[in-house]
Design a protein around this ligand. Structure first.
Ligand code: GLU
Length: 506
């Protein structure tokens, strides 16, 4: 590697909505680039026009923005290697494909899709997969098997062709992978992959390698599914005589279903009730709706923390990491080889930890984004946060936990009332209601003192006062600190709830 500055890239194809595996790749690229004070490029690999999905590019940006993954260069912020959409770089790939033809590393292939299907079928019938390679390429219709004049005639006639890479015979292609160590492939296993298609577009392989070179990428960090393409990429670097600037590779482990069997799939996740997408999306073509972690109520910092540990560990017991701490601790050598089991409960645990760590001010501001907050003053929202912060994993769960105090009581715990309410408590609670009525400032602190004095002065059992009072104010037998609940409800509502309970409970 000759370059001085570390440059990595996230190179998604906008062929669908990026699932969390893709976003984890983006996160690792970001952490790596930041750690080494390098640069991260976002390159949109949109050469497969047939698989282009409207909105997928914006989705990638939105998901990265949500998580705080930023790019030094991208189609949106530009950069010295622009454009960053492969569809806007088309003529470059043509030039490089031509260069490989001219130097003998690639050749024209005129086989029609039907002809290819036919040879594939013959191989399949024999129980094998067809490989277009040194053993078979001479039986096919290409510039290596045809006479020079015939090739020229076909080209002049404008017959459809593809350009294929000529995989060398008897080669062991080796490269170093940061996660897997030395990896070797026998060239007999490789296929003369198409680099340039009949429709005039490059394939992923050509465009990816050409752009990594032109964009001076030093580290390619991507999913394990690309490992088997890497020997071809290595051979391409050699063929272009770019091997002195070939990037280093790191292939990230797969994300597995919670049980550890198979790649994390949307089907399995749907069954278990969790999303596999960072953000919700709606597919206009199929009418399919998918939930996202953001919409479920995950905090971006908690989600980043969770995601970072899916496939990497810091080598210590520490689990909670801010983005800055992740940048500091991240190391490709500590990324696991084995697949990472997705653990939704753990994701929830992270969110809960972050919720507890956040200050009330921040939580109040976040709570305000919910329309349900419009009915309450800032002070009441603060009380809500204080009361439920330790009791929920997601901020929005406050509304369900507090359902009986943010609105009317939905249901009383009748069993508990039957067990713990006695008719002769009435005078006691009437007296308490009066005391409340006379409280000047109906604050949590004042209510608390008032209650304690009341219990003490009247020589009452704490449980005989607090539990019935809780039932009166919330209908429930357990929950947050009663003075907080009372302060939240306000004097009039507290007295009203007490009186109505006494009327109804007899
Ligand atoms: N466009 C490929 C993808 O969609 C990129 C693979 C790579 O990073 O080389 O994942």
């Amino acid at each position: 590697m000759l370059y001085h500055r570390i440059r990595t890239r996230y190179a998604p194809s906008p062929t669908g909505f990026q699932h969390i595996g893709g976003i984890r790749t983006a996160l690792y690229c970001y952490l790596f680039a930041q750690k080494h004070k390098g640069e991260l490029v976002l390159r949109i690999e949109d050469t497969d026009q047939k698989r282009y999905v409207e909105g997928a590019e914006q989705y990638i940006i939105d998901a990265c923005n949500w998580l705080g993954i930023t790019f030094n260069e991208s189609p949106f912020v530009g950069g010295q290697h622009a454009p960053y959409r492969q569809s806007e770089r088309r003529e470059r790939y043509q030039t490089y494909a031509q260069q490989l033809i001219d130097t003998g590393f690639a050749y024209y292939a005129f086989d029609t899709p039907e002809e290819l299907d036919a040879v594939r079928k013959i191989a399949e019938d024999k129980g094998a997969a067809f490989l277009y390679n040194a053993q078979t390429r001479h039986q096919m219709r290409n510039s290596l098997s045809l006479a020079k004049e015939e090739t020229q005639r076909l080209l002049n006639d404008g017959v459809d062709y593809t350009i294929r890479f000529k995989i060398p015979e008897n080669r062991t292609v080796s490269f170093y992978d940061h996660i897997r160590g030395e990896v070797s492939f026998d060239s007999e296993q490789l296929d003369d992959k198409v680099l340039y298609k009949a429709d005039g577009w490059p394939t992923y392989h050509l465009a990816n390698v050409v752009d990594d070179y032109l964009m001076q990428i030093t580290h390619v960090i991507r999913g394990e599914e690309w490992l088997s393409s890497t020997p071809l990429h290595v051979l391409l670097y050699e063929a272009f005589a770019w091997d002195n600037v070939m990037p280093q590779f790191a292939h990230l482990p797969l994300l597995l279903n919670p049980g550890g069997k198979g790649k994390l799939s949307k089907r399995q996740a749907d069954k278990l009730g969790f999303p596999v997408f960072p953000l919700a999306w709606y597919n206009t073509e199929t009418g399919e709706n998918s939930n996202g972690f953001k919409e479920m109520g995950f905090f971006p910092d908690a989600f980043v923390n969770f995601l970072a540990l899916l496939g990497w560990n810091p080598g210590t017991e520490q689990e909670i990491f801010s983005m800055d701490e992740l940048i500091e601790a991240f190391d490709l050598d500590r990324v696991h080889k084995a697949g990472a089991k997705f653990d939704f409960e753990k994701a929830i645990w992270f969110n809960q930890q972050y919720l507890r760590q956040k200050c009330e001010d921040e939580l109040v501001q976040l709570l305000k984004k919910d329309a349900r907050a419009n009915n309450f003053s800032e002070q009441k929202l603060r009380l809500l946060v204080k009361m439920y912060k330790e009791r929920v994993s997601f901020l929005h769960e406050i509304w369900t936990h507090a359902v009986n105090i943010v609105g009317d009581i939905q249901q009383y715990d009748e069993k508990m009332i039957a067990k713990r309410w006695q008719k002769d408590f009435v005078p006691i609670f009437e007296k308490l209601a009066q005391l409340f009525n006379h409280l000047q400032e109906f604050s949590s602190g004042n209510i608390d003192t008032c209650l304690q004095n009341f219990i003490h002065d009247n020589e009452l059992k704490t449980g005989n006062v607090l539990l019935p009072l809780r039932l009166m104010l919330t209908g429930e037998s357990s929950g947050p600190h009663i003075p907080d609940i009372a302060a939240f409800l306000g004097k009039a509502e507290v007295v009203e709830r007490m009186e109505s309970a006494m009327r109804n409970w007899g």
